[in-house]
Design a protein around this ligand. Structure first.
Ligand SMILES: [Zn+2]
Length: 121
């Protein structure tokens, strides 16, 4: 088997309106680095599925930096797509990931319609 690793594991929603912003932002964040990318409706909304993808990424590529991106006006959340709900779900995802992989660095972001990446604490 070949030995190939990468730096990041990125999760974002499939929503086409945000892909340009995300691509540009990732080019800056991961300059000269590489990452696995998961596009899934609602990003981490279906957390079990995302953890399954992360398991594979950790095992095969030994990633170190997880980046979770939720966004404003997410259709997968519908009427529940509020800033608070996204912040809550992002933190649940981070907690769950760190329980399984304590050595990973997990960064949370809320992407606004105008392309602004807001850091979620
Ligand atoms: Zn969405």
């Amino acid at each position: 088997m070949s030995n190939h690793t990468c730096d990041g594991f990125v999760v974002a929603c499939i929503d086409f309106r945000f892909q340009g912003f995300i691509k540009k932002w990732l080019e800056e964040k991961f300059q000269n680095k590489t990452y696995d990318y998961v596009g899934f409706a609602g990003s981490t909304k279906n957390l079990d599925t995302i953890i399954g993808q992360l398991d594979i990424s950790v095992r095969l590529h030994h990633v170190s930096n997880v980046v979770l991106i939720h966004h404003e006006e997410c259709g997968a959340y519908g009427a529940e797509s509020t800033h608070d709900r996204h912040a809550t779900d992002l933190n649940i995802a981070k907690k769950t990931i760190l329980e399984k992989y304590p050595d990973l660095k997990v960064d949370l972001y809320y992407l606004h319609l105008d392309g602004e990446f807001e850091v979620i604490e």
